[in-house]
Design a protein around this ligand. Structure first.
Ligand SMILES: C[S@@+](CC[C@H](N)C(=O)[O-])C[C@H]1O[C@@H](n2cnc3c(N)ncnc32)[C@H](O)[C@@H]1O
Length: 397
Protein backbone atom coordinates (compact mmCIF):
# COMPACT_ATOMS: atom_id res chain seq x y z
CA UNK A 1 0.00 0.00 0.00
CA UNK A 2 2.09 2.95 -1.18
CA UNK A 3 1.48 6.13 0.82
CA UNK A 4 0.62 8.01 -2.37
CA UNK A 5 -2.99 7.44 -3.40
CA UNK A 6 -3.47 5.82 -6.82
CA UNK A 7 -6.00 8.53 -7.65
CA UNK A 8 -4.27 11.76 -6.84
CA UNK A 9 -0.69 10.66 -6.27
CA UNK A 10 -0.61 12.26 -2.82
CA UNK A 11 -1.11 11.07 0.74
CA UNK A 12 -4.91 10.86 1.09
CA UNK A 13 -5.08 8.77 4.25
CA UNK A 14 -6.53 11.56 6.41
CA UNK A 15 -9.25 12.20 3.84
CA UNK A 16 -10.24 8.55 3.30
CA UNK A 17 -9.81 6.77 6.65
CA UNK A 18 -11.66 7.44 9.91
CA UNK A 19 -9.43 9.24 12.44
CA UNK A 20 -9.35 6.28 14.85
CA UNK A 21 -7.74 4.12 12.14
CA UNK A 22 -5.02 6.58 11.13
CA UNK A 23 -2.62 5.64 13.97
CA UNK A 24 -2.79 2.01 12.78
CA UNK A 25 -1.69 2.87 9.24
CA UNK A 26 1.24 5.16 9.90
CA UNK A 27 4.23 5.37 7.54
CA UNK A 28 6.09 2.55 9.30
CA UNK A 29 3.11 0.19 8.93
CA UNK A 30 2.65 1.12 5.28
CA UNK A 31 6.31 0.38 4.56
CA UNK A 32 6.01 -3.02 6.25
CA UNK A 33 2.96 -3.80 4.06
CA UNK A 34 4.88 -2.81 0.92
CA UNK A 35 7.85 -4.91 1.93
CA UNK A 36 5.68 -7.95 2.62
CA UNK A 37 3.96 -7.61 -0.76
CA UNK A 38 7.33 -7.45 -2.49
CA UNK A 39 8.53 -10.48 -0.51
CA UNK A 40 5.45 -12.47 -1.53
CA UNK A 41 5.83 -11.49 -5.20
CA UNK A 42 9.45 -12.67 -5.10
CA UNK A 43 8.39 -15.91 -3.39
CA UNK A 44 5.87 -16.38 -6.19
CA UNK A 45 8.84 -16.33 -8.59
CA UNK A 46 10.64 -18.92 -6.47
CA UNK A 47 7.58 -21.17 -6.48
CA UNK A 48 7.04 -20.66 -10.22
CA UNK A 49 10.43 -22.28 -10.68
CA UNK A 50 10.30 -24.90 -7.91
CA UNK A 51 6.96 -26.35 -9.08
CA UNK A 52 8.03 -26.79 -12.73
CA UNK A 53 5.58 -24.11 -13.93
CA UNK A 54 8.41 -22.03 -15.38
CA UNK A 55 9.42 -24.78 -17.84
CA UNK A 56 5.77 -25.28 -18.74
CA UNK A 57 5.45 -21.62 -19.69
CA UNK A 58 8.47 -21.82 -21.97
CA UNK A 59 6.55 -24.06 -24.42
CA UNK A 60 6.35 -22.51 -27.87
CA UNK A 61 2.99 -20.82 -28.38
CA UNK A 62 2.32 -20.64 -24.63
CA UNK A 63 0.14 -22.83 -22.45
CA UNK A 64 -3.27 -22.62 -20.85
CA UNK A 65 -3.55 -22.91 -17.09
CA UNK A 66 -4.56 -26.58 -17.33
CA UNK A 67 -1.79 -27.38 -19.81
CA UNK A 68 0.79 -25.76 -17.53
CA UNK A 69 -0.45 -27.81 -14.56
CA UNK A 70 -0.32 -31.04 -16.60
CA UNK A 71 3.10 -30.21 -18.04
CA UNK A 72 4.50 -29.56 -14.54
CA UNK A 73 3.03 -32.86 -13.29
CA UNK A 74 0.89 -31.12 -10.65
CA UNK A 75 -2.41 -32.41 -9.29
CA UNK A 76 -5.06 -30.34 -11.06
CA UNK A 77 -7.68 -30.53 -8.28
CA UNK A 78 -5.25 -28.94 -5.84
CA UNK A 79 -3.07 -26.86 -8.15
CA UNK A 80 -5.65 -24.96 -10.20
CA UNK A 81 -6.39 -22.12 -7.76
CA UNK A 82 -2.81 -21.58 -6.52
CA UNK A 83 -1.43 -21.77 -10.08
CA UNK A 84 -3.97 -19.25 -11.35
CA UNK A 85 -2.92 -16.98 -8.47
CA UNK A 86 0.82 -17.37 -9.30
CA UNK A 87 0.18 -16.61 -12.97
CA UNK A 88 -1.96 -13.58 -12.11
CA UNK A 89 0.65 -12.29 -9.66
CA UNK A 90 3.51 -12.73 -12.15
CA UNK A 91 1.45 -11.20 -14.96
CA UNK A 92 0.56 -8.19 -12.75
CA UNK A 93 4.28 -7.52 -12.38
CA UNK A 94 4.95 -7.94 -16.09
CA UNK A 95 7.02 -11.09 -15.48
CA UNK A 96 4.69 -13.43 -17.40
CA UNK A 97 2.61 -12.79 -20.50
CA UNK A 98 -1.02 -13.84 -20.50
CA UNK A 99 -2.69 -13.49 -23.88
CA UNK A 100 -6.35 -14.28 -24.45
CA UNK A 101 -6.49 -16.38 -27.63
CA UNK A 102 -9.34 -16.62 -30.12
CA UNK A 103 -10.87 -19.57 -28.24
CA UNK A 104 -11.26 -17.26 -25.20
CA UNK A 105 -8.61 -19.10 -23.15
CA UNK A 106 -5.61 -17.26 -21.74
CA UNK A 107 -2.29 -18.68 -22.86
CA UNK A 108 0.72 -17.97 -20.67
CA UNK A 109 4.18 -17.57 -22.04
CA UNK A 110 7.49 -16.53 -20.64
CA UNK A 111 8.71 -14.01 -23.18
CA UNK A 112 11.73 -12.63 -21.34
CA UNK A 113 14.11 -14.01 -18.72
CA UNK A 114 12.75 -13.76 -15.19
CA UNK A 115 14.24 -11.01 -13.04
CA UNK A 116 16.80 -12.11 -10.45
CA UNK A 117 15.03 -10.88 -7.33
CA UNK A 118 16.10 -12.43 -4.06
CA UNK A 119 13.36 -12.58 -1.38
CA UNK A 120 16.06 -12.59 1.33
CA UNK A 121 16.94 -8.96 0.54
CA UNK A 122 13.41 -7.93 1.44
CA UNK A 123 13.37 -10.09 4.54
CA UNK A 124 16.54 -8.36 5.70
CA UNK A 125 15.09 -4.91 5.02
CA UNK A 126 12.04 -5.81 7.11
CA UNK A 127 14.22 -7.12 9.94
CA UNK A 128 15.93 -3.73 10.07
CA UNK A 129 12.77 -1.66 9.57
CA UNK A 130 10.46 -3.44 12.03
CA UNK A 131 11.37 -6.92 13.29
CA UNK A 132 7.95 -7.31 14.93
CA UNK A 133 6.60 -8.17 11.45
CA UNK A 134 8.95 -11.12 10.93
CA UNK A 135 6.33 -13.76 11.87
CA UNK A 136 4.44 -12.86 8.67
CA UNK A 137 7.62 -13.56 6.69
CA UNK A 138 8.09 -16.91 8.43
CA UNK A 139 4.58 -18.00 7.41
CA UNK A 140 5.15 -16.93 3.78
CA UNK A 141 8.49 -18.78 3.69
CA UNK A 142 6.87 -21.89 5.17
CA UNK A 143 4.21 -21.82 2.44
CA UNK A 144 6.77 -21.30 -0.33
CA UNK A 145 8.76 -24.30 0.88
CA UNK A 146 5.65 -26.49 0.89
CA UNK A 147 4.27 -25.48 -2.54
CA UNK A 148 5.90 -28.29 -4.59
CA UNK A 149 4.71 -31.05 -2.20
CA UNK A 150 1.18 -29.64 -1.88
CA UNK A 151 0.63 -28.87 -5.56
CA UNK A 152 1.87 -32.29 -6.62
CA UNK A 153 -0.46 -33.97 -4.11
CA UNK A 154 2.25 -35.46 -1.88
CA UNK A 155 0.73 -33.79 1.15
CA UNK A 156 -2.25 -31.60 1.94
CA UNK A 157 -1.93 -27.89 2.63
CA UNK A 158 -3.45 -28.49 6.06
CA UNK A 159 -0.71 -31.03 6.93
CA UNK A 160 2.02 -28.90 5.37
CA UNK A 161 1.13 -25.67 7.17
CA UNK A 162 -0.12 -26.98 10.51
CA UNK A 163 2.52 -29.60 11.29
CA UNK A 164 4.78 -29.25 14.37
CA UNK A 165 7.02 -26.58 12.71
CA UNK A 166 4.00 -24.73 11.45
CA UNK A 167 2.29 -24.41 14.81
CA UNK A 168 5.10 -22.42 16.41
CA UNK A 169 5.15 -20.11 13.37
CA UNK A 170 1.37 -19.57 13.59
CA UNK A 171 1.58 -18.82 17.32
CA UNK A 172 3.92 -15.92 16.51
CA UNK A 173 1.89 -14.85 13.47
CA UNK A 174 -1.57 -14.68 15.12
CA UNK A 175 -0.40 -12.14 17.63
CA UNK A 176 -1.01 -8.52 18.51
CA UNK A 177 2.76 -8.21 18.66
CA UNK A 178 2.82 -8.64 14.87
CA UNK A 179 1.56 -5.34 13.42
CA UNK A 180 0.73 -6.94 10.07
CA UNK A 181 -1.74 -9.30 11.77
CA UNK A 182 -2.79 -7.02 14.64
CA UNK A 183 -4.52 -4.61 12.26
CA UNK A 184 -7.29 -7.19 11.68
CA UNK A 185 -7.84 -7.58 15.42
CA UNK A 186 -7.78 -3.83 16.01
CA UNK A 187 -10.24 -3.05 13.21
CA UNK A 188 -12.57 -5.79 14.47
CA UNK A 189 -12.32 -4.50 18.03
CA UNK A 190 -13.03 -0.89 17.02
CA UNK A 191 -16.00 -1.97 14.90
CA UNK A 192 -17.36 -4.15 17.73
CA UNK A 193 -17.01 -1.35 20.28
CA UNK A 194 -18.84 1.04 17.96
CA UNK A 195 -21.62 -1.50 17.30
CA UNK A 196 -21.90 -2.72 20.91
CA UNK A 197 -25.57 -3.15 21.85
CA UNK A 198 -26.73 -1.23 24.91
CA UNK A 199 -26.90 -2.83 28.35
CA UNK A 200 -25.45 -6.20 29.29
CA UNK A 201 -23.72 -7.82 26.33
CA UNK A 202 -23.24 -11.56 25.81
CA UNK A 203 -20.50 -12.25 23.28
CA UNK A 204 -19.81 -15.35 21.20
CA UNK A 205 -16.48 -15.45 19.39
CA UNK A 206 -16.07 -17.92 16.52
CA UNK A 207 -12.71 -19.21 15.20
CA UNK A 208 -10.96 -17.44 18.07
CA UNK A 209 -7.69 -19.25 17.37
CA UNK A 210 -5.01 -18.41 19.88
CA UNK A 211 -6.97 -15.56 21.42
CA UNK A 212 -5.33 -12.43 19.97
CA UNK A 213 -8.69 -11.21 18.58
CA UNK A 214 -10.30 -11.68 22.01
CA UNK A 215 -7.41 -9.80 23.64
CA UNK A 216 -7.82 -6.87 21.25
CA UNK A 217 -11.57 -6.74 21.84
CA UNK A 218 -11.42 -7.05 25.63
CA UNK A 219 -8.64 -4.44 25.83
CA UNK A 220 -10.59 -2.08 23.58
CA UNK A 221 -13.78 -2.45 25.63
CA UNK A 222 -11.81 -1.90 28.85
CA UNK A 223 -10.16 1.24 27.43
CA UNK A 224 -13.58 2.54 26.36
CA UNK A 225 -14.98 1.89 29.83
CA UNK A 226 -17.45 -0.77 28.61
CA UNK A 227 -15.78 -3.91 29.98
CA UNK A 228 -18.37 -4.22 32.74
CA UNK A 229 -21.12 -4.40 30.11
CA UNK A 230 -19.81 -7.83 29.09
CA UNK A 231 -22.02 -10.29 30.94
CA UNK A 232 -20.51 -13.36 29.23
CA UNK A 233 -17.83 -14.09 26.63
CA UNK A 234 -17.90 -17.52 25.03
CA UNK A 235 -14.66 -18.13 23.13
CA UNK A 236 -14.88 -20.92 20.55
CA UNK A 237 -12.44 -22.50 18.13
CA UNK A 238 -12.26 -25.68 16.03
CA UNK A 239 -8.65 -26.62 16.85
CA UNK A 240 -8.32 -28.29 20.25
CA UNK A 241 -4.68 -27.20 20.46
CA UNK A 242 -5.45 -23.52 19.74
CA UNK A 243 -8.45 -23.58 22.09
CA UNK A 244 -6.38 -24.97 24.97
CA UNK A 245 -3.65 -22.37 24.52
CA UNK A 246 -6.14 -19.53 24.17
CA UNK A 247 -7.96 -20.64 27.31
CA UNK A 248 -4.73 -20.74 29.30
CA UNK A 249 -3.62 -17.29 28.09
CA UNK A 250 -6.95 -15.50 28.32
CA UNK A 251 -7.79 -16.88 31.78
CA UNK A 252 -4.39 -15.65 33.04
CA UNK A 253 -4.71 -12.26 31.36
CA UNK A 254 -8.31 -11.51 32.31
CA UNK A 255 -8.92 -12.93 35.79
CA UNK A 256 -12.46 -12.32 36.98
CA UNK A 257 -13.87 -11.87 33.46
CA UNK A 258 -16.95 -13.99 32.63
CA UNK A 259 -15.06 -16.14 30.10
CA UNK A 260 -16.13 -19.57 28.85
CA UNK A 261 -14.41 -21.80 26.29
CA UNK A 262 -15.87 -24.38 23.93
CA UNK A 263 -14.97 -26.22 20.73
CA UNK A 264 -17.09 -25.07 17.78
CA UNK A 265 -17.00 -25.99 14.10
CA UNK A 266 -18.80 -23.25 12.16
CA UNK A 267 -19.61 -25.83 9.46
CA UNK A 268 -21.82 -27.78 11.86
CA UNK A 269 -24.96 -27.09 13.81
CA UNK A 270 -24.10 -24.84 16.76
CA UNK A 271 -26.49 -26.94 18.86
CA UNK A 272 -23.79 -29.67 18.76
CA UNK A 273 -21.75 -27.44 21.09
CA UNK A 274 -24.74 -26.68 23.28
CA UNK A 275 -25.15 -23.11 21.97
CA UNK A 276 -28.74 -22.11 22.53
CA UNK A 277 -30.73 -20.09 19.97
CA UNK A 278 -31.17 -16.40 20.81
CA UNK A 279 -28.48 -16.44 23.49
CA UNK A 280 -25.93 -13.84 22.31
CA UNK A 281 -26.12 -10.11 21.64
CA UNK A 282 -22.80 -9.93 19.73
CA UNK A 283 -21.18 -12.55 17.54
CA UNK A 284 -17.57 -11.74 16.77
CA UNK A 285 -14.84 -13.29 14.63
CA UNK A 286 -11.50 -12.38 13.07
CA UNK A 287 -10.62 -13.83 9.68
CA UNK A 288 -12.75 -16.92 10.04
CA UNK A 289 -16.12 -16.53 8.30
CA UNK A 290 -14.61 -16.74 4.80
CA UNK A 291 -13.61 -20.38 5.48
CA UNK A 292 -17.22 -21.45 6.13
CA UNK A 293 -17.85 -24.28 3.70
CA UNK A 294 -21.50 -23.34 3.21
CA UNK A 295 -21.64 -19.63 4.02
CA UNK A 296 -25.45 -19.53 3.93
CA UNK A 297 -25.69 -22.40 6.42
CA UNK A 298 -23.17 -20.76 8.79
CA UNK A 299 -24.93 -17.39 8.52
CA UNK A 300 -28.16 -19.20 9.37
CA UNK A 301 -26.52 -20.63 12.53
CA UNK A 302 -25.08 -17.23 13.46
CA UNK A 303 -28.44 -15.53 12.97
CA UNK A 304 -30.18 -18.18 15.07
CA UNK A 305 -27.60 -17.70 17.84
CA UNK A 306 -28.27 -13.96 18.09
CA UNK A 307 -30.94 -12.35 20.25
CA UNK A 308 -33.43 -9.98 18.59
CA UNK A 309 -31.47 -6.84 17.64
CA UNK A 310 -28.18 -8.72 18.02
CA UNK A 311 -25.13 -7.75 16.00
CA UNK A 312 -22.57 -9.65 13.96
CA UNK A 313 -19.06 -8.17 13.65
CA UNK A 314 -16.60 -10.04 11.46
CA UNK A 315 -13.11 -8.72 10.79
CA UNK A 316 -12.22 -9.98 7.32
CA UNK A 317 -9.62 -9.53 4.66
CA UNK A 318 -11.61 -8.18 1.70
CA UNK A 319 -10.91 -8.36 -2.01
CA UNK A 320 -11.11 -4.80 -3.35
CA UNK A 321 -12.23 -5.85 -6.83
CA UNK A 322 -13.29 -9.25 -8.22
CA UNK A 323 -10.52 -11.16 -9.93
CA UNK A 324 -7.65 -9.30 -8.21
CA UNK A 325 -5.21 -11.70 -6.52
CA UNK A 326 -4.50 -10.74 -2.90
CA UNK A 327 -0.97 -11.22 -1.60
CA UNK A 328 -2.10 -13.14 1.49
CA UNK A 329 -3.73 -15.77 -0.72
CA UNK A 330 -0.24 -17.05 -1.43
CA UNK A 331 -0.50 -18.97 1.86
CA UNK A 332 -4.20 -19.65 2.18
CA UNK A 333 -4.59 -21.02 -1.37
CA UNK A 334 -2.82 -24.12 -0.08
CA UNK A 335 -5.79 -24.90 2.19
CA UNK A 336 -8.75 -26.76 0.68
CA UNK A 337 -11.26 -25.09 3.05
CA UNK A 338 -10.13 -21.71 1.72
CA UNK A 339 -10.13 -22.73 -1.96
CA UNK A 340 -13.26 -24.83 -2.17
CA UNK A 341 -16.30 -23.49 -0.35
CA UNK A 342 -19.78 -24.14 -1.70
CA UNK A 343 -20.25 -21.53 -4.43
CA UNK A 344 -23.27 -19.27 -4.89
CA UNK A 345 -23.22 -17.34 -8.14
CA UNK A 346 -24.50 -14.02 -6.76
CA UNK A 347 -22.24 -13.60 -3.72
CA UNK A 348 -19.87 -16.56 -3.38
CA UNK A 349 -18.69 -17.12 -6.97
CA UNK A 350 -15.22 -18.26 -5.94
CA UNK A 351 -13.26 -19.46 -2.94
CA UNK A 352 -11.00 -17.18 -0.94
CA UNK A 353 -11.76 -13.67 0.16
CA UNK A 354 -14.99 -11.87 -0.74
CA UNK A 355 -15.47 -8.33 -2.02
CA UNK A 356 -17.43 -5.81 0.11
CA UNK A 357 -20.38 -6.18 -2.28
CA UNK A 358 -20.33 -9.97 -1.95
CA UNK A 359 -20.33 -9.74 1.87
CA UNK A 360 -23.22 -7.30 1.84
CA UNK A 361 -25.25 -9.49 -0.54
CA UNK A 362 -24.42 -12.67 1.41
CA UNK A 363 -25.63 -11.14 4.67
CA UNK A 364 -28.71 -9.49 3.20
CA UNK A 365 -29.71 -12.76 1.51
CA UNK A 366 -29.35 -14.65 4.78
CA UNK A 367 -31.39 -12.74 7.32
CA UNK A 368 -29.26 -9.72 8.22
CA UNK A 369 -29.85 -6.01 7.72
CA UNK A 370 -28.02 -2.68 8.13
CA UNK A 371 -24.91 -4.30 6.68
CA UNK A 372 -21.84 -2.04 6.68
CA UNK A 373 -18.18 -2.37 5.81
CA UNK A 374 -15.76 -0.54 8.11
CA UNK A 375 -13.75 1.36 7.03
CA UNK A 376 -15.52 2.29 3.79
CA UNK A 377 -13.53 0.05 1.43
CA UNK A 378 -15.61 0.97 -1.66
CA UNK A 379 -14.48 4.58 -1.07
CA UNK A 380 -10.88 3.68 -0.19
CA UNK A 381 -10.11 1.00 -2.76
CA UNK A 382 -9.60 3.17 -5.82
CA UNK A 383 -6.98 5.21 -3.99
CA UNK A 384 -5.56 2.39 -1.87
CA UNK A 385 -6.39 -0.98 -3.47
CA UNK A 386 -3.80 -2.69 -1.27
CA UNK A 387 -5.69 -1.82 1.92
CA UNK A 388 -7.65 -5.04 2.43
CA UNK A 389 -8.47 -5.21 6.16
CA UNK A 390 -12.04 -4.46 7.15
CA UNK A 391 -14.87 -5.39 9.44
CA UNK A 392 -18.33 -6.41 8.25
CA UNK A 393 -21.09 -5.32 10.60
CA UNK A 394 -24.68 -6.50 10.37
CA UNK A 395 -27.81 -6.70 12.49
CA UNK A 396 -30.12 -9.68 12.83
CA UNK A 397 -33.17 -8.85 10.70
C1 LIG B 1 -7.28 -16.34 11.16
S1 LIG B 1 -7.45 -17.45 12.41
C2 LIG B 1 -7.99 -16.48 13.75
C3 LIG B 1 -6.90 -16.23 14.65
C4 LIG B 1 -7.29 -15.54 15.92
N1 LIG B 1 -7.78 -14.21 15.69
C5 LIG B 1 -6.08 -15.50 16.81
O1 LIG B 1 -5.74 -14.47 17.30
O2 LIG B 1 -5.44 -16.52 17.00
C6 LIG B 1 -8.85 -18.34 11.98
C7 LIG B 1 -9.22 -19.40 12.97
O3 LIG B 1 -10.37 -20.07 12.46
C8 LIG B 1 -10.27 -21.42 12.84
N2 LIG B 1 -11.16 -22.21 11.97
C9 LIG B 1 -10.91 -22.71 10.75
N3 LIG B 1 -11.95 -23.42 10.30
C10 LIG B 1 -12.89 -23.36 11.27
C11 LIG B 1 -14.19 -23.92 11.42
N4 LIG B 1 -14.74 -24.68 10.46
N5 LIG B 1 -14.87 -23.67 12.55
C12 LIG B 1 -14.33 -22.90 13.53
N6 LIG B 1 -13.10 -22.36 13.46
C13 LIG B 1 -12.39 -22.59 12.35
C14 LIG B 1 -8.81 -21.74 12.69
O4 LIG B 1 -8.45 -22.87 13.45
C15 LIG B 1 -8.16 -20.46 13.16
O5 LIG B 1 -7.84 -20.51 14.50
Amino acid sequence: MPIASQCKGRDDRTELFPPEILPLIDDAFVLSCDLLEEYIARLALVVFKSTGLKEACQEAGGVTLDQAIAHAGLLATVARVPTAWIFAMLASRGWLDGIVSTDGETRYRLESPLPALDPIEILQSQAVHDPRCMPSYAIMALAAEQYPAVLSGQTSGEQALFGADGISAWVKYFSNGNPLYAISNLLGAIAAEQALPEGAVSILEIGGGLGSGAEALLDRLAAAGCATQVSSYCFTEISALFLKRAQRNLMARYPGYPLAFAPLDIDRSFADTGIKPGSYSLVYGVNVLHVAHDLAATLHELRKTLKAGGVLVMSECVRPFTGIPLHLEFVFNLLSAFREPLQVSDWRPNGGFLTPEQWIAALECNGFEDVRVYPDIPKIRIAYPAFVAAAIIAKKA
